[in-house]
Design a protein around this ligand. Structure first.
Ligand SMILES: [Cu+2]
Length: 451
């Protein structure tokens, strides 16, 4: 792996070094800053219950973490540092991104309705930035739009934002400065404002993640930032399957999943095995009488949605974007449809010139998942991930909701693959297998499942 030192090369290094030197703050000012915690791995870090401030039940950020804070004179203080980070997209691929406090996305900010929040934002990037607190009601001058509501935060400088968290709900933060570049480089994070009464809309599991996308050429490490639509890495919290954590649930849990979209396109998010209701939107909470049962919700650009369901069916339930190109990793787009075309003769001729050449696609693209093609460095297979029955043939925005009878309260470790009870799995029709009469068929796996 290339170290951060190596990455800081050329003009960027000069700019960053100058910025950090110029940013040396006086000792008195430095003492006023809360510590900026930093995490560089991509494991899910379920936060503990808050030890000071108002009580709340924290969210679990998929492959992410929540920022620590300190209480000072009635303010809840956070310190975000905009900086260059390395992010493992999935084992086998690391991207060089911009983020906050060591990671992209940055840490989740969790506060309670009515909290007075003070956020110190230090810029360690080679160019100026700001943070916009997406969806919040706040004084106009705290809205973080560079040039409009405040001067840009120059490299090396620290700005302070102060406002009250007025509405409970799901929010995001991201730069409002050179946005095309800075968002394409991974600068974003979640903001959760919990209700004043911790029991209000209480759920057993509260997951959260952001959708983001990158255009990283196979064999390279940095995203192209001028790409408008043709991204090739579709991520949840800057991770792709099989690098995205599963969502483990205990049977009969009430589960909430909060999703924000900071890509350049919409994502129809689909859950198998349960109907959910959209309970939260950008405008915050949906009244119970207005909720509609769904199995897919389309989440537009810049939108946030919270969905909720009861995990009544044990199993490993697929949970993914329903745009099938978004459950794929990097691939060429100018691929003709070769289904039904016999390429053997042509391939034999080409092999004389290029021994490694392989004809593909005559029977579909599934063989892409199987073949051990030589891949460029730092490049994931187009579809990957192996389940108990072989290749899952997915990448990108895909993971599983794992519902188990024996998953302990507060346990977010992956329980492994589901072991379906006898008689509840699709089977191959063979001449020696008797087909059971209807009254013997086990419809309700959860009664007998090992879960
Ligand atoms: Cu999608």
């Amino acid at each position: 792996m290339v170290s951060r030192r190596n990455f800081l090369s050329g003009a960027a290094a000069t700019a960053a070094t100058v910025a950090i030197a110029a940013g040396a703050v006086s000792r008195a000012a430095a003492g006023a800053l809360p510590e900026a915690a930093s995490i560089t791995h991509a494991r899910t870090m379920p936060p503990p219950l808050p030890k000071d401030g108002r009580p709340f039940y924290p969210v679990v950020t998929l492959n992410g973490w929540s920022a620590p804070w300190r209480m000072k004179n009635g303010w809840k203080e956070f310190h975000l540092v905009a900086e260059i980070v390395e992010r493992e997209i999935a084992p086998g691929m690391t991207a060089r991104l911009w983020g906050y406090n060591g990671s992209s996305p940055g840490p989740t900010i969790e506060v309670v309705e009515g909290d007075k929040v003070r956020l110190f934002v230090t810029n360690k990037l080679p160019e100026h930035t700001t943070i916009h607190w997406h969806g919040q009601r706040l004084p106009n001058g705290m809205d973080g739009v560079g040039g409009l509501t405040q001067p840009q935060i120059a490299p090396g400088k620290t700005f302070v934002y102060e406002f009250e968290a007025r509405r409970a709900g799901t929010f995001m933060y991201h730069p409002h400065a050179d946005e095309m570049v800075q968002i394409a480089m991974g600068m974003m994070g979640l903001w959760i404002t919990h209700p004043k009464d911790p029991q209000h809309r209480r759920v057993d599991r509260d997951f959260a993640f952001l959708m983001n996308a990158y255009d990283i050429d196979p064999g390279s490490f940095k995203p192209r930032t001028n790409t408008m639509l043709d991204f090739n890495i579709w991520t949840w919290n800057s991770r792709v399957f099989p690098g995205i954590a599963s969502l483990p649930c205990r049977l009969n849990d009430r589960v909430r999943i909060r999703i924000g979209n900071l890509t350049m396109t919409n994502h129809p998010i689909h859950l198998h095995g349960a109907e959910f209701e959209v309970t939260g939107t950008d405008g915050c909470w949906v009244p119970e009488t207005a909720r509609v049962p769904e199995v897919t919700v389309d989440i537009g650009v810049g939108q946030m949605r919270a969905i909720e369901f009861h995990a009544t069916e044990p199993g490993d339930w697929a949970f993914h974007c329903h745009k099938s190109h978004h459950t794929m990793n990097a691939m060429g787009h100018n691929v003709p449809n070769m289904i039904g075309v016999d390429q053997r003769k042509a391939a034999a001729r080409i092999n004389k010139l290029i021994p490694d050449y392989m004809a593909m696609g005559s029977k579909g693209m599934a063989e892409m998942g199987e073949m051990e093609m030589p891949l460029p460095v730092n490049t994931l297979p187009m579809m990957t991930g192996t389940g108990p029955f072989g290749r899952i043939e997915m990448g990108g925005m895909f993971t599983t909701v794992k519902v188990r009878k024996n998953q302990k309260v507060g346990d977010y470790t992956d329980p492994g693959w589901y072991d379906a009870p006898a008689g509840t799995r699709a089977y191959e029709l063979t001449s020696d297998r008797a087909i059971e009469p209807a009254d013997k068929i086990n419809h309700d796996g959860h009664q007998h499942g090992k879960g």
